[in-house]
Design a protein around this ligand. Structure first.
Ligand code: ZN
Length: 435
């Protein structure tokens, strides 16, 4: 990536990139203090109240420990600030708003200044550049345009980079394929499920020879390696996993590089922490927990220690690509789905990954938690195809569980169809420990 950064130098802050580890830590602390001072100085603003209530005084952030004493910001608080309670600059400085899709309750409205929009486009352009997209590419954008941050973010990033945007928006597969063929799109931006649908149509209609795609930028959903491999094979592309959320600019705040070993994020704009979702304690690099984000330079609606509810970890060490930008793992799930067994945090994503690696095991499972002699006991029930050696499978899963997740559990193998089906992932866990 050193080369990739060199190719698109104008997208990077040379001064920041050149900082040593210690100087970076100082940069973050300075930026955090500046941010806190600025939002505290706005009387009766969202963060003035929050910081006042926790006893913050300007100049308090002497080290990162003092920053960690500041309260988290929860999604519910953003909802309660509806419609424009988060706005931290005068009206004349706001040029646009975006909104999260409020499936339950109030939506969250995020106001943006000119600088916010420009910063977001810059970060997004870096994502394209990191995945190898250049000015010569033609980028077909299928995420939706509108209140969402999706389509418009993909578009602004393409324009900032200087490639050609083909702003399709979602749906209308017929037209998508026509444009893909006739305009010779080289990059496809979409959700993984829509990419899969397009891939199937391309195969069905024998269009593979007629399309020119080489890169896929996939976002907004969790997707497994199997699905990734299928999309890549059927469309003949290399895919990249883009990360982001409406509350923090939108998609484009992080992406994997050619080594696909975690997602780089733009640490000159954003400060990431990983916390234990149950205790709120900041976890060391490498440990799984909930991602908490602070926006370092956002103006319209800055956020301090925002709990994303996304489960991941900070990957320690430098990436093989040589980039200094730190990395997080792919998103493993939602922090609401986490369970604690024998003092170990376990996430559904870990279990799904483990089962994917065991031949004969299906992806259907159920967890039953209980107390045996006052100690946690976990029973993992897994469905397997008939004809599989249930006894062997049982032992293999138990051994792998101990090895990979670190907890000794009991495993039971049941035939396909024996476990209840539910749309809700959380229904997979039956916790009888408090009964
Ligand atoms: Zn890398």
């Amino acid at each position: 990536m050193a080369q990739r950064i060199a190719e698109y130098q104008d997208l990077h802050d040379a001064e920041f990139v050149g900082l040593s580890g210690n100087d970076k830590a100082n940069y973050w602390l300075d930026s955090l203090e500046k941010l806190c001072k600025r939002v505290f100085s706005l009387p009766e603003s969202f963060y003035h109240r929050k910081l006042r209530n926790c006893g913050y005084q300007p100049g308090d952030l002497k080290d990162i420990q003092s920053f960690r004493k500041l309260p988290f910001t929860a999604k519910e608080e953003l909802r309660e600030a509806y419609p424009l309670g988060l706005q931290a600059v005068p009206d004349q400085d706001i040029i646009r708003i975006h909104s999260s899709s409020g499936t339950t309750g109030q939506p969250i409205i995020i106001p943006y200044t000119k600088k916010d929009v420009a910063d977001w486009a810059l970060m997004f352009a870096r994502c394209y550049a990191l995945s190898g997209v250049t000015k010569n590419d033609r980028v077909q954008i299928t995420p939706g345009y509108g209140l969402w941050t999706a389509g418009i973010g993909f578009q602004a990033g393409v324009e900032r980079l200087g490639a050609m945007a083909i702003p399709m928006g979602p749906g209308n597969t017929e037209k998508q394929l026509q444009m893909m063929v006739d305009l010779r799109s080289t990059v496809l931006c979409s959700t993984s499920s829509y990419a899969l649908l397009l891939a199937e149509e391309v195969t069905k209609r024998n269009l593979k020879e007629k399309i020119h795609l080489k890169t896929g930028i996939m976002g907004s959903e969790r997707w497994g390696e199997k699905m990734r491999a299928r999309i890549e094979a059927e469309l003949g592309i290399e895919t990249f996993d883009i990360y982001g959320l409406t509350e923090i600019y939108g998609p484009g705040i992080g992406i994997d590089c050619k080594f696909h070993d975690g997602l780089h994020y733009w640490s000159d704009f954003l400060y990431f922490e990983i916390i234990d979702p149950l205790t709120g304690e900041v976890l060391p690099d490498g440990e799984l927990g909930e991602l908490v984000i602070t926006t370092l330079v956002k103006e319209g609606a800055p956020l301090i220690r925002y709990r994303t509810r996304d489960l991941t970890r900070i990957i320690p060490g430098t990436c093989s690509c040589g980039s200094d930008y730190p990395r997080i793992d792919r998103i493993l799930g939602r922090s609401d789905d986490m369970i604690k067994v024998k003092a170990v945090n376990i996430y559904p994503g870990q279990i799904e990954e483990l089962l994917r690696g065991v031949k004969g095991a299906s992806s259907e499972y159920q967890i039953k938690l209980s107390k045996v002699d006052a100690r946690d006991h976990m029973l993992l029930r897994v469905e397997a195809e008939s004809g599989t050696d249930f006894e062997r499978l049982k032992e293999l899963i138990a051994t792998n569980f101990k090895k990979q997740i670190g907890v000794l559990i009991e495993v039971e193998i049941v035939p396909i169809g024996a476990l209840p089906r539910s749309e809700k992932k959380s229904k997979r866990v039956i916790d009888e420990r408090d009964l």
